[in-house]
Design a binder for this molecule. Structure first.
Ligand SMILES: [Fe+2]
Length: 265
């Protein structure tokens, strides 16, 4: 069974599900795909306020009740995709601020087009408080492709990298796909998540699609960690140590070559 740690399932909050019916349709798809545990992670903007925070908490309770009424076999927890901001330190006690409200893992995102933010400092400060930072979809920040040393530094500091399933299947274009594959090839990613926004082009089904596509090229043990055991540990609030494995000499970009060969890149 799968666990999904990043999606926009919670209705009426951001650019994800617009209403409770849409949330339920997304969840039914998740169940069909073998996903039994989900953390809902609506965007938490830089300028968070109590009205928005209250809305997240209220809609989460409504959705939990609907899941129960519908008898959907899925364990739902609350979290957020926090937009990088020092202000989050004022909100860490909120149930949505960290994944599952456990104050163990925090999912954060960066601006998509450029950033000059003190990310290393942010990673450090979170860990001082016992919270592991998870960077959402590093492969989508294309400006980081030229700054691999920076990525390595964040990773060495203990930041966990979460790749989007849709990047691996090519939904965000060839460049994000290749960047994602390179991070996998270097074993610099610990998690894959759906980042589902709807039940159409950006659905929970991307997760199982990515897992199947990677079957011929990623060893089963790493694939199991990316899609099953690591997401589960985060969901349960258990610790895990990221692996630091350097790519074998001569194998660099073999995955990208493979995907080109089979016409997927
Ligand atoms: Fe997201």
């Amino acid at each position: 069974m799968f666990t999904d740690l990043h999606n926009h399932l919670l209705f009426g909050i951001d650019d994800g599900a617009p209403n409770p019916e849409a949330s339920l349709a997304m969840l039914r798809r998740a169940v069909d795909c073998g996903i039994s545990a989900v953390v809902a992670t609506p965007h938490a903007p830089d300028l968070m306020n109590s009205v928005y925070a209250g809305l997240i908490n209220r809609h989460f309770r409504i959705l939990q009740n609907l899941i129960e009424t519908e008898g959907l076999p899925v364990n739902l927890k609350l979290g957020a995709e926090v937009f990088f901001s020092e202000r989050i330190f004022d909100w860490l006690d909120e149930p949505w601020a960290t994944l599952g409200g456990t104050k163990k893992y925090l999912l954060f995102e960066l601006p998509l087009f450029e950033q000059r933010l003190p990310v290393a400092d942010f990673i450090f400060k979170l860990q001082i408080q016992g919270i592991k930072p998870i960077l959402a979809h590093p492969e989508r920040y294309l400006y980081l492709m030229d700054q691999t040393r920076l990525l390595e530094q964040w990773h060495e500091q203990g930041c966990i990298f979460q790749i989007n399933a849709g990047s691996l299947t090519g939904s965000f274009g060839r460049t994000a796909q290749q960047f994602g594959l390179e991070l996998l090839e270097r074993h610099m990613a610990e998690l894959v998540a759906s980042d589902a926004h709807d039940d159409d082009r950006r659905s929970f089904a991307e997760l199982t699609r990515a897992r199947d596509l990677l079957a011929p090229v990623i060893d089963e043990e790493y694939r199991e960690r990316l899609f099953v055991s690591n997401p589960r540990r985060v969901f349960d609030g258990e610790p895990f140590r990221p692996e630091f494995v350097l790519p074998p000499a001569g194998r660099k970009f073999a995955l990208s070559r493979f995907f080109r060969k089979i016409g997927l890149a």
